[in-house]
Design a protein around this ligand. Sequence first.
Ligand code: CAA
Length: 397
Amino acid sequence: MDFRLTAEHELIRESSYKFGQQEILPGLRERDRAAQSDRTMLDKMAAGGIMGLAIPEKYNGSGTDYISLGIACEELERADTSARVVMSVHSGLHCMTLLQWGTEEQRQRWLPDLATGKRVGAFGLTEPNAGSDAASLKTTARKDGDSYIINGQKTWISLADYADQFLVITRLAETSAKAPFAAFIVDRNTPGFSSRALHGKLGVRAGNTGEIFFEDMRVPADCMIGEEGDGFKVAMSALDHGRYTVAAGAVGIITACLDASVKYANERSVQGEVIGKKQLVQQMIASMVQGRDIGRLLYYQVGWLKNEGLRHTRECSMAKWTNCAAAFDAANKAVEIHGAYGFCDEFPVERYFRNSRGAMIYEGTHEIHTIVQAEYELGYRVDRPLAHTLPTYPFEV
Ligand code: CAA
């Protein structure tokens, strides 16, 4: 077992941190206040080479390993959750699922433009009446010659207004398949596709979230990812990748809480000494450090399992569940340490508090992961090796 990060990991940490500080933080408070997403952030991320992490070089990717993707997510979320969400949907839910399930022809067709950020990918699973119970989704795909006709609606879609293509999970309208689901890559320029932004969110206000609609949308059959009947497995695989990026990003929030709280605790004085000397403040700082260090070990482990091509659904759920709860707890403590200043946006901790709450809902609620972990332990849920796995690292060139 080797816990050392490579020089490449360190470089990615440093460059992602700098990117966050230089490209994401300027003007963020105003954008967050105005609930205004910034489309140019995607172009900046593409120019910064971030969109192709964990994609093999033969598809124009950076050729870096899966741990690198986690590290980038951690450092981006240290600046703002909206930037990490881009990685979650584009790199995690979309590109890595394509890498895992796409045929060689499909990978060659889509990944090169996605890896360079020329095109942006997103994910559509959730519907107004299908959240935790993903299998109750109602969007249908009906076979018609060499195409499928898709009708329905997806909600809470990150990058709904900006993504060029979506990995959409549907229910097959007429099928003999045992599991009646199918996944498709859908281009936003397809007739019958439309999107609409959602407003009034508690957090991630600088990020674009919306709904996407499909009205008699004709999609060529060769845009199906996997076979008829594979759709639910494709969706669950996508969540193995998305949850990984969320777990890594949560560590970034904890680090950001520590950055702000340590600084404040060493500046703010009460009764003639800085509050960092107060044991109750130290207890909160220590608890955040604990969350950060445990969180890193959990997501590094998942990154390592991905590198090895091993099933990691249980470990990924554990990392997402633990880290997101630790991030919300850290943000709550950071607000506490800042006192009244933590209650307004003069300091960033109130934004961390709002943003970290969302991650306990999306990509599997806190309750879903609690139940899933109990089911593994009780023997009701078992992870078997999968027929489709990610390419192992080092990648074939
Ligand atoms: N990879 C591949 N296949 C998988 C898999 C995985 N990770 N997990 C399960 N499968 C397969 C199983 O092997 C099974 O196949 P067989 O029938 O052939 O054995 C099939 O998929 C069904 O799996 P389960 O029996 O585990 O399914 P379930 O109904 O028990 O799942 C659940 C229940 C785990 C709660 C699942 O519904 C779930 O994860 N719900 C939460 C949904 C969620 O996270 N939604 C978030 C939406 S996306 C989002 O939030 C993105 C965003 O906003 C940015």
